[in-house]
Design a protein around this ligand. Structure first.
Ligand SMILES: CC(C)(COP(=O)(O)OP(=O)(O)OC[C@H]1O[C@@H](n2cnc3c(N)ncnc32)[C@H](O)[C@@H]1OP(=O)(O)O)[C@@H](O)C(=O)NCCC(=O)NCCS
Length: 195
């Protein structure tokens, strides 16, 4: 990956995360699409309930990320990746709310760590970087949801997220049965996340 200047580079936040996390420009995202597709596919095949059902082919997984390149160019989404030995092993996306009355809020989506690189603190580093990225954009209210009972449900409270509640039968899991989802939020204003 190189630091190719993009015409819409102005939409890129002025935020530099700590290695191994990196904020992708739209050009870098384009280059990373095949690897991100493989990461998505590996997570879905491992049972992650992240919007896809099995079987998921490589092209469809890659398309999900390719479709986000335009959003990155416009500043409608931001993508952080975690790298090990020049390979992308984790990703997470910040999607600022587009509504005029919600310019303090953002969704956190598609936190994925490759099954071969789990329990090494990669997700935690990505979630720490998301806080910095969000604050650099003046977005201090973060919202996310995750499959109820999934390991990610244990992760978010340790990152300062508060559980809102559970929506039953929210979506089909990768294996075709309906799962509940648990909604969380985090308030990044000073001290509020710990209260
Ligand atoms: C959930 C996920 C992102 C965690 O990634 P990870 O890099 O392994 O997580 P970390 O090593 O940073 O773990 C951070 C904390 O999360 C919790 N956690 C993570 N995996 C866990 C597991 N298998 N069992 C219990 N707790 C777990 C723990 O509290 C852990 O802290 P600890 O290691 O100090 O105990 C990863 O398992 C994944 O990609 N899953 C599939 C995709 C998915 O479901 N994403 C969430 C979408 S909302």
């Amino acid at each position: 990956m190189n630091d190719v200047k993009h015409p819409a580079e102005g939409a890129r936040p002025n935020f530099v995360p700590e290695a191994p996390v990196k904020l992708l420009s739209a050009a870098e995202m384009k280059e990373a699409v095949p690897r991100l597709g493989l990461l998505l596919k590996a997570c879905v095949e491992d049972g992650a309930g992240i919007g896809f059902v099995l079987p998921l082919d490589e092209e469809k997984a890659a398309r999900f990320w390719r479709d986000k390149v335009g959003l990155l160019e416009e500043g409608g989404a931001h993508v952080l990746v975690a790298r090990e030995e020049n390979d992308i092993v984790g990703v997470v996306m910040l999607v600022p709310a587009p509504q005029d009355n919600a310019n303090h809020r953002a969704d956190v989506a598609k936190l994925l760590v490759h099954p071969g690189h789990r329990r090494k603190g990669i997700a935690r580093k990505l979630m720490e970087a998301i806080d910095g990225l969000a604050l650099s954009l003046d977005r201090w209210l973060l919202v996310l949801d995750t499959v109820t009972g999934d390991r990610a449900e244990k992760l978010y409270p340790t990152c300062g997220y508060r559980k809102v509640g559970v929506i039953p039968d929210y979506a089909y899991g990768s294996h075709g049965t309906l799962d509940a989802t648990t909604v969380f939020y985090k308030d990044l204003r000073s001290g509020a996340a710990d209260s």
